[in-house]
Design a protein around this ligand. Structure first.
Ligand code: DNO
Length: 387
């Protein structure tokens, strides 16, 4: 039976995890992006080729781009949006001309993934990423001072947030703010002022408006994708809820069906992230996988453990609330129908063992992901043997 393509995210030459490390972990594909190029600018062929050559010289393949960021002008369909769409199309053409065809992106307003703590210590001493609603409420109500914020949380959370806000030191509040506003390494973090401005803009756009902007964008890039063999893979919202008053449109099965049926063409696909989707208290990740599998161009396998309030931490890949064997089984079956195997990467990993003494990119230290990849590949092989 056909196996998945095992891939690994690499932040580029400055990543403390080297290409040789990736090879030793057993991955064959690299997932990377030209993070040095500001959002919205065209990725030149020369820069793409330069990156590709570095990857190939290490005996690996550049399998997936994660991400070509969609500029805020497009998400908000600002008056200058078409210039940014033109640049995006040019980047896609350039990537395809270099033989890179799978493109991950997201359509989350302003912020990418959001956590409230980057080093939650687990009972075994390893560290995990964590999302806590009360801490988000502390930030939202007392630091961002968003109008109407209290109405977006349960009474229990609002009460606890007040207590926590009074208890937290200046340094703790600063740290919370830094963590929530943190972006991708080597890209610019956003400021409170930027966030406030964007909140106003997105309030006017609303949920329906944001979805229609996404479908408009997909319609605009359709021809370029189809004539160049590009596969677009939309990452789900993480966490899969509206937060800080920002609309979110890719958080559950219904959202995904609206999006894939909205521009019903094979290029319009999904990056199936079991961890992001698994954080949704009403999400059945196995059911979502079954509903959208035909459009999955890339997969992030990760697990989460939630409590009754919907707070969650990132669990070991085969632990947590997501039934990973059931998810993998669906994609193993789907993979048999594909010409090219579905690429997956172990998404995030605990900071553990030697990595606890190193400066690492949150979620992207080597050893935790090495463990995740090893477990996932073993699970795949085990399932295949029994199928
Ligand atoms: C977090 C990642 C996301 C993802 C983007 C895709 O670890 O899964 O940052 O790369 O949302 O555009």
């Amino acid at each position: 039976m056909k196996r998945f393509e095992q891939t690994w995210r690499w932040y580029g030459p400055n990543d403390p995890v080297s290409l040789q490390d990736i090879r030793q972990a057993g991955a064959t594909g690299v997932v990377t992006a030209l993070h040095q190029i500001p959002h919205g600018e065209v990725w030149p062929v020369s820069a793409i080729l330069e990156r590709k050559e570095i990857i190939e010289a290490a005996g690996l393949t550049w399998s997936v781009v994660e991400s070509v960021p969609v500029h805020e002008a497009i998400k908000t369909r600002r008056s200058d949006a078409t210039n940014y769409v033109d640049n995006y199309k040019k980047t896609l053409e350039n990537l395809a001309s270099c033989g890179v065809y799978v493109i991950t992106y997201n359509f989350m307003p302003v912020l990418d993934w959001t956590r409230t703590e980057l080093g939650l210590e687990l009972p075994n001493g390893a560290k995990a990423l964590y999302f806590n609603w009360t801490d988000l409420a502390v930030f939202d109500i007392y630091i961002l001072n968003r109008k109407g914020a209290v109405d977006d949380y349960s009474q229990e959370v609002v009460t606890e947030a007040k207590i926590r806000f009074e208890k937290y030191s200046e340094a703790e509040l600063e740290d919370l703010t830094r963590v929530i506003l943190m972006g991708i390494p080597s890209e610019k973090d956003i400021s409170i002022a930027d966030l406030k401005d964007s909140l106003k803009v997105y309030q006017e756009i609303g949920l329906e408006g944001l979805l229609s902007n996404l479908l408009w964008f997909l319609g605009e890039i359709k021809d370029v994708c189809e004539s160049n063999g590009i596969q677009m893979a939309l990452h789900p919202d993480d966490p899969p809820y509206p937060i800080l008053g920002l609309p979110r449109i890719a958080g559950n099965k219904e959202d995904y069906l609206k999006i894939i049926n909205g521009v019903d063409r094979p290029f319009n696909g999904i990056c199936f992230c079991s961890g992001s989707l698994g954080a949704g208290v009403d999400n059945d990740v196995v059911e979502i996988a079954a509903a959208v599998k035909h459009r999955v161009h890339f997969a992030h396998f990760r697990n989460v453990k939630k409590d009754r309030m919907g707070n969650f931490f990132e669990a070991d890949h085969l632990d947590g609330d997501v039934n990973m064997p059931a998810v993998l089984r669906i994609f193993i079956e789907e993979n048999q129908k594909r010409i090219k195997p579905i690429p997956f990467r172990p998404d995030h990993g605990h900071q553990m063992l030697d990595d606890l003494n190193k400066v690492t990119n949150p979620g992207y230290s080597a050893i935790g992901r090495l463990r995740g990849l090893a477990e996932l590949r073993g699970l795949e092989l085990g399932l295949i043997t029994l199928m």
